[in-house]
Write a protein that binds this ligand. Structure first.
Ligand SMILES: *Cc1c(COP(=O)(O)O)cnc(C)c1O
Length: 383
């Protein structure tokens, strides 16, 4: 019998060591062997840069959560993304990447990859035909996010996967924002799933971690150089923290979804708010698509004010429970505005540029939604 999601999060991949209900942390760097022959046989663990039992508990759980065959955990989401890109890309390759995309991903694929002779087109995936038109004879892979984390835009997953399969392109998705509670990309046909576990998977804003999930074959080939030799393995204590976070993942995501929906509805009705970017609102132009593809929302919402940067600053400074900071996905509510961060090359000259200044993004945490709504309502009076 296939266990339910929370049951799997509780039990799957756990090791029974002296009956400890929480598996211990293997902090050792190296593993001793019984004999010359035993070492030579190459069985089991030998060095924690390659593999470690504490990491394996987490890797098994993450692979199961994403319906993948295997996973490797990395020192950050960016370490995971870099490992995958460096594994697959060769000089002369072309990449199609969705935009907007996470700043770090843009940092690698945008300016940086040029020095290796790799070209990248950033395309708005809401227009499927533009993705098809961007394919060149040297296109190797399609990279995207399950939904974007500033404007929460979604795209037609089945259509994009169809195009990729037609042209024999690899597909890589950053599923950090939708999370495996709400979207399982491998079931939709993606080849590789990446996460920043620093967000919802960890969930407690106390760890930086990343993961790659894929077929056994792909993971074994990434393990050799880009995992084991590049040296971006997660530390055992950090792995243990992510495993602890994951035990409550399903429950947390239900609360994030429930609170976010209430808050998005409240924001939509507030006359100081010009627009709410949340495709789970029935009034949103992408609602039907979002409903079809995702089981539920996560806790990330952005909204736009009538005024500019000064108006956004007044609202942000008045908030009490929403702390000002980057990142999201933790137990605590956070607020961020791209206007605080200076220029963002990715948006220069695009229709997004004028929207950035008055955009406010909130990560809805696990506080009582009534308190969060009161906080927002009162701060918005100063918009
Ligand atoms: C945070 C984030 C990353 C990077 O993860 P780190 O753990 O901070 O390295 C990648 N993609 C998305 C969508 C993110 O939000």
């Amino acid at each position: 019998m296939k266990a339910g999601f929370q049951t799997m999060l509780t039990h799957y991949g756990e090791e029974n060591i002296h009956g400890a209900v929480v598996p211990p942390i293997f902090l050792n760097s190296t593993f001793a062997h019984d004999s010359f022959e035993d070492f030579q046989a190459g069985q089991g663990y030998y060095y924690s840069r390659h593999s470690n039992p504490t990491l394996e508990v987490l890797e098994k759980k993450l692979a199961a959560m994403e319906c993948g065959e295997a996973a490797k955990v990395f020192a950050s989401g960016m370490a995971a993304i870099s490992a995958v890109l460096f594994h697959f890309l060769r000089q002369g390759d072309h990449v199609i990447c969705s935009t907007p995309t996470y700043g770090g991903t843009y940092g690698i694929l945008g300016p940086y990859m040029k020095k290796f002779g790799i070209s990248v087109d950033f395309i708005d995936f809401r227009d499927t035909e533009r993705v098809r038109a961007a394919i060149k004879p040297n296109t190797k892979l399609i990279a995207c996010e399950s939904y974007s984390t500033f404007f929460m835009e979604v795209f037609d997953v089945a259509a994009i996967i169809g195009i990729a399969k037609e042209h024999g392109l690899l597909t890589i998705v950053d599923n950090t924002c939708a999370s495996p509670a709400n979207f399982r990309p491998i079931e939709w046909g993606f080849d590789i799933v990446i996460h920043s576990a620093s967000k919802y998977l960890g969930g407690h804003s106390d760890v930086i971690a990343g993961v790659v999930i894929s077929s056994k074959e792909i993971m074994e080939s990434i393990e050799q150089i880009e995992y084991g030799i590049f040296g971006g393995a997660l530390g055992p204590f950090e792995a243990w923290l992510v495993t602890r976070g994951i035990r409550t993942f399903g429950l947390r995501m239900k609360q994030h979804a429930d609170s976010a929906l209430q808050i998005a509805k409240m924001l939509e009705e507030n006359s100081n708010v010009a627009r709410v970017n949340f495709p789970f609102l029935p009034s949103h132009e992408q609602h039907e698509l979002a409903k079809k593809q995702f089981d539920a929302p996560s806790g990330l919402i952005s909204f736009e004010l009538h005024g500019g940067k000064a108006s956004a600053a007044r609202v942000i400074n008045r908030l009490k429970y929403f702390k000002i900071g980057v990142s999201w996905g933790g137990f605590e509510s956070l607020v961020y505005s791209p206007g605080m961060h200076g220029e963002n090359e990715q948006f220069t000259g695009t229709p997004y540029e004028p929207r950035m200044e008055h955009l406010i993004r909130i990560s809805v945490g696990l506080e009582d939604p009534a308190d969060l709504m009161e906080d927002l309502r009162s701060a918005l009076e100063s918009a």
